[in-house]
Design a protein around this ligand. Structure first.
Ligand code: HEM
Length: 517
């Protein structure tokens, strides 16, 4: 039964919808696209399809939707998207605050630090935590140490596979083992997700992200996450709070440089351990909920294409990234240099990029700080710069999917997996590829994700056979779960079973990773 709060929310929602609907737009603003179902069409579209709803709405380089009390400007032209990413008049901070506040619960110190924009219009705390993280994640010894750690854990996952076929549900196998491997790499041996049910909690809560991102509080009161999801999320938060409250855990030498650097900033700002625990749970979301679906899809795209598997095997064997590390008690140790993939394995990198092009749904959302003209480069008849007026408080979205699947940019086969296209990319295609966002919020974890995913693929391709559960070639499941970030598997994709075993002739290999091997 609806609570009084829910009824009040509906009344407020209708009020906002109606007042918004009858408000006039400035003619310099981008063209407004009205929904097919008056008032609620766009919102229903987003709830049902996520960013895929935007696919065929308009061919215009910029257009606007009016949803609730927001005007959302959708940018579909690659050079305008670059301008959006570079602009200082557009900010990501309020979005972070909204998502974090939905996620962290009662944390007044952190929220007020995030909302404090008295220093140059943006939160110094958010900038400092971002910088601390970025410094640990730029290519170099600090990142390589983290990469080596995560790959050591992922090699444990595959080293255990034998020479007889082992049947697995691909999604759950990847999801659960890589969430734990990533968590232990970041938070050390006493990491907070020791209990496997907490891994489930991370992914259950991820399923609510569209509602969290799109909906102001008024709607989330009407459609709250279910009691089960909230309870599980509460337990995950409690586990992170315990972790940060115990110096034997959070200051243990096995904790990564990245987590330590963020902790240092939090301590400098006087954030109590309890609140740090609440907010740092967000780190495990950002570090897993995009990288793991990407790994899932790229395994499927590669192993559903036997010709590509055999080409990749040849390339990897000749690339020089794999060297012998000696024989021990009847096993062959092979070491992979995880710092050389970009340089020496263009075909593997092409398959990775092509997968991201097809499955990445990131929206690059920004909030307009002050009225701002998004310049198109020309001059109008009055001698003023041509462009679109984006008004203070409106939202801007540059959805990767529209750019990644544009036929004008990628050709008639834009929706097909064709890794070869990456071996001769045009300038426009390079600019249109934005799986990690851009500008000052460009994902700081991109090189870590790259090493984790590409390193795991190298081992699977060289040392293992993967087939469908019927022994035939792996099939690509029907559909995908749409969310903001990387598409998840559909119900068909979650149920998909594969068989995996050691590749004949490679049964005795123990895999390990090293920098400069
Ligand atoms: C394939 C994997 C990944 C993808 C596709 C991805 C994508 C993104 C995107 C699109 C953004 C928003 C950028 C923008 O709006 O301009 C972002 C932000 C972020 N990502 Fe990633 N990400 C991945 C992996 C990771 C990993 C492994 C980490 C951490 C180890 C990470 C940490 C972050 C953080 C902290 C932010 C927020 C940056 C800020 O405060 O502005 N990401 N990511």
């Amino acid at each position: 039964m609806f609570s009084i709060l829910s009824i009040a929310s509906i009344v407020l929602l209708l009020y906002v919808l109606l007042t918004r609907h009858f408000r006039k737009s400035d003619p310099r603003e981008p063209p407004l696209l009205l929904p097919r179902i008056p008032l609620v069409g766009h919102i229903l579209g987003f709830l049902q399809q996520g960013v895929i709803y935007l696919d065929d709405l308009s061919k215009s380089p910029v257009f606007s939707l009016s949803i609730l009390n927001y005007k959302i400007h959708i940018i579909t032209d690659p050079s305008l998207v670059s301008t959006v990413h570079r602009s200082r008049d557009l900010t990501f901070d309020p979005i972070i605050v909204d998502m974090v506040s939905a996620m962290i619960g009662y944390s007044p110190n952190i929220l007020s630090l995030m909302q404090d924009t008295t220093h140059g219009g943006s939160s110094r705390y958010l900038a400092d935590t971002y910088t601390s993280m970025q410094q640990s994640l730029v290519p170099g010894p600090r990142l390589w140490e983290m990469n080596a750690k995560v790959l050591e854990k992922t090699s444990h996952i595959v080293n255990g596979i034998g020479s007889n076929f082992d049947e697995k549900r691909l999604w759950y196998w990847i999801r659960d083992s890589f969430t734990k491997a990533t968590c232990e790499t970041l938070f050390g041996i006493h990491h907070p997700l020791q209990d496997s049910s907490l891994v489930q909690a991370v992914w259950d809560f991820d399923a609510y992200q569209i509602a969290i991102m799109l909906m102001p509080r008024v709607i989330s009161n009407i459609f709250p996450p279910t009691g089960r999801v909230l309870a599980a999320h509460g337990r995950a938060r409690a586990a992170f709070r315990q972790f940060y409250a115990d110096p034997n855990k959070c200051d243990h030498p096995s904790v990564s440089d990245m987590v330590r650097s963020r902790m240092k900033v939090n301590r400098l700002y006087g954030v109590p351990a309890e609140e740090m625990g609440n907010s740092e749970l967000g780190l495990i979301f950002v570090a897993t909920t995009n990288a793991i679906p990407t790994l899932y899809w790229v395994i499927l795209y590669i192993f559903s294409n036997p010709k590509l598997v055999s080409e990749l095997r040849n390339h990897l064997e000749q690339s020089g990234v794999v060297t012998s590390a000696g024989d021990v008690e009847g096993t062959r140790k092979l070491r992979i240099d995880h710092t050389k993939f970009q340089e020496r394995c263009p075909l593997l990198v092409a398959a990775y990029n092509e997968t991201m092009r097809l499955t990445n749904l990131q929206p690059s959302i920004r909030v307009v700080r002050e009225d701002f003209v998004l310049s198109c480069g020309g001059i109008n008849e009055k001698g003023n710069p041509e462009g679109y007026l984006l008004k203070k408080g409106s939202l801007v979205m540059a959805p990767a999917r529209i750019l990644h699947l544009s036929r004008e940019i990628w050709g008639e086969d834009a929706e097909a997996f064709r890794h070869e296209r990456w071996l001769a990319l045009t300038k426009v295609q390079k600019r249109a590829f934005i799986p990690f966002g851009g500008g000052k919020h460009l994902c700081p974890g991109r090189d870590f994700a790259f090493a984790e995913i590409v390193g795991t693929l190298a081992v699977l391709i060289l040392g293992f056979e993967i087939t469908g559960s019927d022994g035939d070639v792996v099939r690509i499941p029907v559909g995908m779960e749409t969310k903001f970030g990387v598409a998840g598997p559909s119900e068909d994709g979650k149920a998909l079973k594969i068989k995996v075993r050691r590749r004949p002739g490679w049964e005795d290999v123990v895999w390990e990773f090293g920098a400069g091997a």
